[in-house]
Ligand binder design. Structure first.
Ligand code: 5AD
Ligand code: SF4
Length: 439
C-alpha cells in the first residue's frame, strides 16, 4: 500500500507530514511520488491566509478529477483548514474520506482500516529524516490569540513535550545522520510552562547539547514578550546553538499592535532586539510583518517602514492582511484597507528589505563562513554546486577545489569553511576555503 502526502504552510506542517509518513512506514506502507500511484492521498493544509486555502481547494479539485478518471485512492485533508467541527468541509467536499485536525491522525488511519493503533503508537513514532537537517516540534498549539490569527483555533492550546521525549527524538535523528535540528513552536519561548518544574527553552537546549552527531540547533518562532534574558544567555553560551532568531514584530506602530493584541509595544520589542545584539554580536534576526491590517493608516504604516529601516533585519517575511473567519479581527474590526494599498505597502517593505539585506550580506564578501553542507544542485548557469546554510541561516552555493585552492571535496553533512566571493539580498556564493572540511 502506498501513500502520497502534499504539504503547504509552516515548518510545523512539514514536521506533521513527516510524522504521519513515519507512522505509515511502520505499518508497512511506502511512499508514492504521484497521487495516481497511491492508495491514500493526504493534503496537509494551511489556513493562515486565504491564498493558502485556495491552493488546497484547487488541489482537491484536481484529485476529484483524477479519481473520476479511474484512480482509486482515498483522500484525506488534514492540518489547519480543519476546525473543531468539519461539517461545513464535509458538505463542500463530500468526496473526501477523512478530515483530521493538526496532529490528530486517527480519522486518517480509520479511513484506511486501522481503527485502534493503541495509545503508544504515535508517541513512539519519530519522523525519518530525509536530509541532514530536521524539524522537531517541542510545543504544540498557541495561547496568544492575536486578533488576526487562526492558529489558536486550529492547533489548540499550548502543550509542551517533555525534555526526555524531545531528547529521545533528537537521539533517533542523530543516529540517522541528522546534523542540524530546528526546534519548533508557534511561540517557542513558551516551551515548558505547562510541564512539572517548568523548564524553559534554555534548559531544553542545555539538555540536548551533548547529543553526539548534532552540530547545530536552531529554534522557531519567537514571541517577543516570552523571550527572556535566561533564554538569550543560553543561546549565547551554548556553542552548538546558532546565532539566529526569527522574531515576528507584525507592525511598527503601537496602536496597530494594540488592535492586533500582540501584548507588547515597540519599546519592548526594541529592548529585546538590543539585548540579543548586545549578548550575541554576530546574530542574524529575521521578522514577520503584516501590512494593511484593519484601520492601518499611512502614518501607522510609515512607523512599520521606519522600524524596518532602523532595526535592519536580515530578512523580513511580509504578508498582506487576509481576514480569517472565526478570528477576533474578523468579528470585530473592519478589513478597510483597499487591496491596492495593501499591495503598495507590501512592495514598499519588500523593496526596502532587499536594499537592507543586500547591504548586510555584502559585508560578508571575502569572509570565511561555516556552512553545513546539505547537498548539490545545478545553479542557473547549469554548473553543479554544493549548497548549505551558515549559522545565521543564510543560503550559500559553493564550489570545491577551485580558484587555485587545494580544496578537498565536500560531503553532505560536513561543516565546510567557505570563502564568500559574491553576495545578493537572497544568497551567497563562494568557494571551499580549506583542503579539509571540518567534520
Ligand atoms: N493575514 C496575513 N498574515 C497573517 N499571518 C498570520 N495571520 C495572518 C493573516 N490573517 C502572518 C503573521 C505570522 C505569519 C506566520 O503569518 O505575520 O507571523
Ligand atoms: Fe498566531 Fe499570534 Fe499565536 Fe503567532 S502568537 S500563532 S500570530 S496567535
Amino acid at each position: 500500500m502506498r501513500y502520497h502526502i502534499w504539504t503547504i504552510g509552516c515548518q510545523m506542517n512539514v514536521a506533521d507530514s513527516q510524522k504521519l509518513a513515519a507512522g505509515l512506514d511502520r505499518l508497512g506502507w511506502s511512499e508514492a511520488s504521484a497521487p495516481e500511484e497511491a492508495d491514500l492521498v493526504v493534503l496537509n493544509t494551511c489556513a493562515i491566509r486565504d491564498h493558502a486555502e485556495q491552493r488546497a481547494i484547487g488541489k482537491l479539485g484536481a484529485l476529484k478529477k483524477l479519481r473520476g478518471q479511474g484512480s482509486e485512492f482515498k483522500i484525506a485533508v488534514m492540518g489547519c483548514m480543519v476546525g473543531l467541527r468539519a461539517d461545513e468541509l464535509e458538505r463542500r467536499f463530500p468526496f473526501v474520506d477523512a478530515f483530521a485536525r493538526p496532529q490528530q491522525f486517527a480519522p486518517i488511519m480509520e479511513a484506511i482500516g486501522y481503527d485502534d493503533l493503541g495509545g503508544e503508537f504515535w508517541p513512539g513514532t519519530f519522523s525519518q529524516p530525509d536530509s541532514v537537517t530536521a524539524y522537531v516540534p517541542i510545543i504544540h498549539g498557541c495561547d496568544k490569540f492575536c486578533t488576526y490569527c487562526i492558529v489558536p483555533y486550529r492547533r489548540g492550546r499550548e502543550v509542551s513535550r517533555t525534555i526526555e521525549d524531545v531528547r529521545g527524538e533528537v537521539e533517533h535523528l542523530a543516529g540517522r545522520g541528522v546534523r542540524e535540528v530546528t526546534l519548533l513552536g508557534q511561540t517557542v519561548e513558551a516551551y515548558g510552562h505547562d510541564l512539572p518544574d517548568a523548564p524553559d527553552l534554555g534548559d531544553l537546549l542545555r539538555a540536548l547539547h551533548d547529543i553526539d552527531g548534532i552540530a547545530r540547533y536552531r529554534f522557531l518562532t519567537s514571541y517577543p514578550r516570552d523571550m527572556t534574558e535566561r533564554i538569550i544567555d543560553a543561546v549565547a553560551e551554548l556553542p552548538k546553538v546558532c546565532e539566529y532568531f526569527n522574531i515576528p514584530v507584525q507592525s511598527g506602530d503601537n496602536a496597530v499592535l494594540d488592535r492586533m493584541r500582540r501584548g507588547y509595544d515597540i519599546e519592548l520589542y526594541r529592548e529585546k532586539v538590543d539585548l540579543i545584539r548586545r549578548k550575541i554580536p554576530d546574530v542574524a534576526i529575521t521578522t514577520d510583518i503584516i501590512v494593511g491590517f484593519c484601520g492601518e493608516t499611512d502614518a501607522e504604516f510609515r512607523h512599520t517602514r521606519d522600524l524596518v529601516a532602523e532595526l535592519e533585519f536580515d530578512k523580513v517575511h511580509v504578508a498582506a492582511y487576509s481576514p480569517r473567519p472565526g478570528t477576533i479581527a474578523y468579528r470585530k474590526l473592519e478589513d478597510d484597507v483597499p487591496q491596492d494599498v495593501k499591495m503598495a505597502r507590501f512592495h514598499a517593505i519588500e523593496q526596502l528589505e532587499a536594499e537592507i539585506s543586500a547591504r548586510i550580506n555584502s559585508r560578508l564578501l571575502g569572509a570565511e563562513v561555516e556552512v553545513l553542507v546539505e547537498g548539490r544542485k545545478a545553479n542557473s548557469e547549469g554548473e553543479s554546486m554544493w549548497y548549505g546554510r551558515t549559522r545565521q541561516n543564510k543560503l550559500v552555493h559553493f564550489r570545491s577545489g577551485c580558484g587555485g585552492l587545494a580544496a578537498g571535496d565536500a560531503r553532505v553533512g560536513d561543516l565546510a569553511t567557505v570563502r564568500i566571493e559574491r553576495t545578493s539580498p537572497w544568497a551567497l556564493v563562494g568557494v571551499a576555503a580549506r583542503a579539509a572540511v571540518l567534520a
